[in-house]
Design a protein around this ligand. Sequence first.
Ligand SMILES: [Zn+2]
Length: 637
Amino acid sequence: MSYLVLARKWRPQTFADLVGQEHVVQTLHNAITQDRLSHAFLFTGARGVGKTTIARILARSLNCLASDRVTATPCLKCSACLEIADGRDPDVQEIDGASNNGVDDVRRLQETLPYRPLRDRYKVVIIDECHMVSTNGWNALLKTLEEPPPHVKFIFATTEVHKVIPTILSRVQRYDFRLLPTKQIRDRVAYILTQEGIRFDEDAVMLVAREAAGSLRDALTFLDQVLAGVEGELTGVAASRLLGIANRGLLDTLVRAMLTGDASAALETVGMFAREGFDLPNAARRVLGVLRDLVVARVAKDPDALLDLVDEERAQAMDLAKQHDPADLQRLFTAWAKVTEDVSRAREPRWVLEMAAVRLASRPTLVPVEELMAKLVEMERRVAAGAAAPGSAPARPSSGGAGPTGGGAPTPTVQRPAPTVGAPAGGAPKFSPPRMSTAAAAAAPEMAPAPVTAAVRPVPAPPPPKVLIQNTPRVSQAPRPTEAAESAPVVASAPVVTVDVSGAMGAMDAWRRVVDAVDKTLVPVLKGAVPLEVSGEAVRLAIDLRDSFFRKKLATEEAQAVILEAASRVFGTRPTMELVQGTLPDDAPSIARLEELARQAERAAKEAVLRAHPLVQIVVEMLHGEVAKVKLEGDPD
Ligand SMILES: [Zn+2]
């Protein structure tokens, strides 16, 4: 006896046999029993989810000779039932839209339709992949679709319903087929294996079911593939090797290693993927699926509705997810999504996967803000208690550690340094009492609490410390031309002069007054110029030849007229105007440069105050970390 592939051997023969698509089956069943069937059906959905199977069952329901009318329970024994199963029934035509898209084919079909069926009740035309039928083909068919003879039924099936022309869509009864849940496929695979007398373990059926991704036909194809390669029991290990895909256990191992910061184990697991010859892009995609499930398990109110997992897997996912911060899980998912893309493009996917696994296992863990805030409040209480001398005023009450709460929003978190590679990271950092000098302790209550991040504000706080910086720092000595400036390239065809800017700082105050008197639009340009002399007699400005933007803007007569006009208003005289072009030292003073220096100095001073704040130092010590970055109010995120 020749070997019959499982997908064909176990193709359901009746509505009762069907796996999945309960909504479609129910509707069809009702329509049949109440005898109000449409003359044209459109079955849409992914491949391998039962469209053709249901089309054939429907054809049998229409034509079963054992019944004197359409029946939801065809007999499977009459010649119509048998011939439809074999594709031999002369009144039931199955057409592959992909190969019969020519006008002639459809016209030939169309010509036979007006005639009564040879034997059956109905002429049934099943057109698979109907989106491939050409527009001309459809036009040939349209006449029959508009005024169908009572003895003709059409069943169209397609995986791409958006490609079916609207004229057709409006004339058919549409049924949307869904992907099958993994559990349903798993049950069917297990049922078939049992019926075939093949021993198997749970890993094997789950691997096949999951890889099928909702398509029962794919599941049975995979099953055929692995059964051809095993003798005796079908195990998960054998199935994963034969299909070249990593089994769930290995995927879980990798995910757990990354979650707990065990870079060594993560690396070994990827190595195992490679040694077993698994398809690495596929493995990466499946790891992404595992991470997605964890986020859902951790965040969703009703995860069961969103998780396509069997009971045991679901319990494991829920258990693992609740041990980890949702923000951390999301972060891992996002990072791995990128890895999945990279791996599929990489020439050496193994290396990409290995480095990604190590990097993510070594990622800095997150400390929930609530935890950090509770500590800060506690710290502040201690600082205050330490400062309050006996008999003096009571220390400021703590705010009680009320954290920010949000409806299901991910917890904002603060980074803390990376765990040691290879060592599983624990939960919260160990609390260690801060060592503080008496001076710092005494000073602390008077100082404003430092905003560590925008989110951390333990107590209602006065504004952050104000640092006064003189807006115009006096530069006592004029900057000298630097080596870099002297050797800098110059624009050809212009006389190359290294401009002496030693008078610039002296001229700066007068220059500011002139610029203040100028109309707004030119101000940014003027701020970039270096004043050599600015007085009632002369305005001499230097611009760098390399800076063509400023040169163009300033060298116009219009610009110079504006400057002179402003200068004459400031000085009450009519000074001469000169524009000196040449090479300027990189640090030649202009208003713009001085303003930038002042900004930098102000920022540095503010940062220094914050870094030196006792509370910041305590937090740094508690977390064994360092201040990586200071974010001031108004900084972009
Ligand atoms: Zn029959």
